[in-house]
Design a protein around this ligand. Structure first.
Ligand SMILES: [Zn+2]
Length: 449
């Protein structure tokens, strides 16, 4: 509607001008280079307008011809970039799908098309890794170190490679360098702390651990336990260097950090015993027993009460048991003390109570010993030993990382070198295959308590 009105308006204007010109007749004459042209005014005006139109058209055509190569260059560059980005995306999808060959092909294509090394180098490195070409990946990661925007990613790649290949010295150096680039990256702090601990650099590890906990890389509870382990290792180190005071203060700090952590309580109590401070040693064990009754604590307690007569020893063990009256470990400890004091009734009562709570291999052996020493009943003892042989394995210090079993606790696994990996649990191993034999297994085994 508006367009129609507009058209009518334009036509009206043209007609108005034509009428206006017709009302005012006249001629235009031009004399140039001996030529003379004479025309009515309206024709001259029309000719001038047509000439102007032709000039404008010519100018536009000329501009189009001159600008064509530049426009073609821009268009081809844009198309190239689009293809490059498409190759980059396809490469990343291939990495996610685990298709190494396509990933590498696309990485090469993107590299040629994009000419943007920060974008394509990571893809190339990952593609090489996926294909198992660690050497090529290393070259890419190393090249990434030269650009500030990719340096940290390159460092991360090299660090992961070093850890995977088991080169802990190189990994520690790289992790320390990476920390100078980005000091508060949680995963890096966690990794660095682990590497420092595995390298036995306890003091540095303690500092990094604190940072890692603050950055949220390690949960607070787990961090407390790690700290206790680090302090214990510092205590052992101080002792090796002949610094008894430092050994004690680190052990005390480890125990204060986590009083229920058995290795810390055992260590601190042992140091007190060595210095003839039996009362503080007993207090340490009693407090730890409340949270974690444990055979190693019972053993330490035995050396604390060793100097007393057997009856006093039983009385003192009963005091220990009151800290955790519902644990089988408590009743086994006092039962053992009662056996040593030849209080057979008490011993049997506690061991039977322990049997009700949690039977175990160790407990069956104690029962066998009780029946043998008190009643000289070899048949009953053999029956208990048969039960022991059939029972699941007792807990021991077992590495969470590699499953190796250690006879004593330590901050580092002696087999795989993992830090704070030893936990008190039954080793997960396949049950031993039984060999055909004529002798019942209970009798073939030597009697041990
Ligand atoms: Zn291990």
């Amino acid at each position: 509607m508006i367009r129609a009105l507009w058209f009518i308006l334009k036509v009206a204007v043209v007609i108005a001008i034509a009428i206006w010109l017709a009302d005012r007749p006249g001629t235009v004459s031009l004399h140039w280079l001996g030529y003379a042209i004479e025309a009515p005014f309206w024709l001259a005006l029309l000719a001038a307008l047509v000439a102007l139109g032709i000039a404008a058209l010519g100018y536009r055509l000329l501009r189009a011809v001159i600008g064509a190569p530049r426009r073609m260059r821009i268009r081809s560059r844009t198309r190239r970039r689009e293809r490059g980005y498409r190759a980059l995306t396809q490469g990343m999808v291939a990495i996610a799908a685990g298709d190494a060959q396509t990933a590498r092909k696309m990485a090469r294509k993107a590299d040629v098309l994009l000419n943007e090394p920060p974008l394509t180098m990571l893809l190339s490195a990952q593609a090489a890794q996926l294909q198992g070409d660690e050497r090529a990946a290393k070259e890419y990661f190393t090249a990434m170190l030269e650009r500030p925007e990719t340096a940290f990613l390159g460092m991360r790649g090299l660090l992961t490679q070093a850890i995977k290949s088991g080169d802990r010295v190189e990994a520690l150096t790289l992790a320390r360098k990476a920390r100078t680039l980005q000091p508060n990256t949680p995963w890096l702090l966690g990794t660095l702390y682990d590497l420092e601990a595995q390298a036995g650099d306890w003091a540095a590890a303690e500092g990094t651990l604190q940072q890692a906990i603050q950055a949220g890389a390690i949960p607070t509870d787990e961090g407390r336990r790690h700290r206790s382990v680090l302090l214990l290792e510092r205590s052992f180190e101080a002792e090796r260097r002949g610094r008894a005071d430092a050994a004690l203060s680190h052990a005390q700090a480890a125990y204060d950090t986590m009083p229920g952590f058995v290795p810390a309580a055992v260590r601190l109590a042992r140091l007190h015993i060595d210095a003839d401070r039996l009362k503080p040693a007993a207090k340490v064990v009693e407090r730890a027993w409340r949270q974690s009754p444990h055979p190693e604590l019972a053993e330490v307690y035995r050396s604390i009460v060793d100097s007393y007569d057997p009856l006093t020893r039983v009385r003192l063990f009963q005091k220990l048991v009151r800290q955790s009256p519902d644990s089988a470990e408590s009743h086994m400890a006092v039962g053992r003390a009662a056996m040593d004091a030849q209080l057979w009734g008490d011993a049997r009562q506690h061991l039977e109570r322990a049997l009700e709570i949690a039977p175990s291999r160790r407990l069956y052996r104690l029962m066998a010993e009780l029946d043998r020493t008190e009643r000289h009943d070899e048949d009953a003892a053999a029956a208990w030993l048969a039960k022991a042989a059939a029972a699941p394995a007792d807990p021991s210090w077992t590495c969470r990382s590699c499953g190796a079993v250690s006879h004593a606790w330590g901050g580092l696994c002696g087999n795989c070198g993992a830090f704070d990996s030893l936990t008190w649990k039954a080793a997960v191993t396949a049950p031993p295959l039984m060999e055909p034999t004529d002798i019942p297994p209970a009798l073939a085994r030597p009697a041990t308590a």
